[in-house]
Design a protein around this ligand. Structure first.
Ligand code: ATP
Ligand code: MG
Length: 420
């Protein structure tokens, strides 16, 4: 048998059911904040990402699924959603002189080393807000994520980390100071950090290498370079979060590498899903729209990793599941199929929330009951000769021995199921 491509995700029914719950919960929160969905392509020109994510990032340097199509164009499976979202809204003229609050969802692709919580195909729900320069929208995005954790029953298992990169000017002067400090240590840095010294020095703060972190211990600190305007933005954000009762931890080492990121950066982490602890990351990227060819537009957003949110939801072990087949229709003889289907159709029409699965392939009733049980259904509807002739059904509770078998007409069947 041909195998699954390494790092690609398969979600079997049990897992997919949990995913549906997590995704629907996050979508529900976004709807309550009146964010609107946009649906974006999975494939873009590679250039969109090299400009929109940045050449000197892990994503572009080593994680992109980029290839030539039959026309010779360089295209890529999207590694993230923000660049495509900005491109799409700008192309439609929706970023000029107006505000937008949107979200999107779907698979992203990065050529990484697969492990628990890190896959080559993974899913994000991203939220982006355009046209808002103030800290209130930063706070709103953080509150959306907090409400998602709350609605999923995992709020107490998450931590919000917060930092500011300052204004464009202040981060450029910090960048210069960091390079000046690190240059004498160049030979001692790990390979990635040495390369980044010339291309993307802020990202060195993110290094996982202990020796590099030792060198960084005495490095200039970003907060010392943040100018008064950026400080005021960050203070205001913290006041909004305090007022909303959202706890946070300031982490001066939290960065996004690229020049168009400014002001707020945040990350939600959890210690409960293994080494891949970040479940949501975001911040302000006031320079990106312009970098991609639009007019200067303040913007902020986040990407919430569904795969990791699902792992956390699993860990939290909260009560959520509802088996989605509620009724299993057993058919004593294949000749009664049409009647069985009509009963199923009547239940589906009257009770849209109720899943109805009709047995197929014949066989002894005893075996059909086994199938019914394995399907997770709570009720079996039994159709025999006599029922078909009289327009009735037998209803049997599969999970509650105290309920005897009932003889009902179709209307009564619907009423009895409605009670559940
Ligand atoms: P990491 O440090 O874990 O590589 P990142 O900085 O590359 O994360 P972002 O690009 O900010 O991640 O993506 C936002 C979120 O998407 C992450 O917080 C995480 O939850 C999720 N995510 C990113 N890469 C993966 C992956 N390979 N597999 C599963 N989830 C991922
Ligand atoms: Mg990554």
């Amino acid at each position: 048998m041909v195998q699954t491509v390494r790092g690609m995700r398969v979600l079997l029914p049990d897992e997919a059911r949990r995913w549906q719950h997590v995704e629907a919960t996050v979508r529900g929160v976004l709807a309550r904040y009146a964010y609107e969905e946009v649906r974006l392509p999975l494939i873009e020109f590679t250039e969109l990402f090299s400009r929109g994510v940045g050449e000197a990032t892990d994503i572009i340097e080593k994680e992109m699924y980029a290839f030539r199509d039959r026309d010779g164009d360089s295209i890529a499976l999207r590694p993230e959603g923000t660049a495509g979202c900005v491109r799409a809204l700008n192309e439609a003229g929706l970023l000029y002189n107006q505000t937008q609050r949107v979200w999107y969802e779907g698979p992203m692709f990065r050529y990484e080393r697969p492990q628990r919580g890190r896959y080559r195909q993974f899913s994000q729900i991203g939220a982006e807000a355009f046209g808002f320069a103030g800290p209130d929208v930063d706070a709103e995005l953080i509150l959306i994520a907090r409400d998602c954790w709350r609605a999923l029953g995992v709020e107490g298992l998450t931590t919000l980390e917060l930092n500011t990169l300052g204004s464009r000017e202040s981060r450029l002067s910090y960048r210069a100071a960091l390079v000046e400090y690190l240059t004498p240590f160049e030979a001692e840095l790990d390979e990635d950090s040495r390369r980044r010294l010339g291309t993307n020095p802020l990202r060195i703060l993110d290094s996982k290498e202990a020796s590099t972190q030792d060198i960084l211990a005495d490095a200039p600190r970003l907060p010392d370079y943040v100018d008064a305007e950026a400080r005021a933005h960050f203070d205001a954000l913290q006041q909004l979060l305090d007022a909303a009762g959202v706890p946070y931890v300031l982490n001066a080492g939290l960065v996004r590498g690229l020049d168009y990121y400014t002001h707020t950066v945040f990350e939600w982490t959890t210690p409960h899903i293994g080494s891949q602890a970040a479940i949501c990351a975001g911040g302000r990227y006031d320079g990106l729209v312009e970098t991609l060819g639009g007019r200067p537009t303040p913007a902020a957003g986040f990407g919430l990793g569904i795969d990791r949110a699902v792992l956390l939801h699993e860990h939290a072990n909260v009560d959520w599941s509802r088996p989605n087949t509620h009724v299993y229709v057993c058919v004593q003889d294949v000749r009664l199929s049409a009647y069985a289907q009509s009963v199923a159709a009547a239940v589906r029409d009257a009770l849209p929330e109720c899943g109805v699965r009709v047995h197929m392939g014949g066989g002894k009733l005893k075996n059909q009951f086994k199938r019914a049980d394995a399907s997770g259904a709570s009720w079996a509807v039994i159709i025999g000769e006599q029922e078909a002739e009289t327009g009735r059904v037998a209803l049997k509770a599969l999970r509650d021995a105290s309920v005897g078998q009932l003889d009902l007409n179709v209307e009564q069947l619907v009423e009895r199921l409605r009670e559940e």
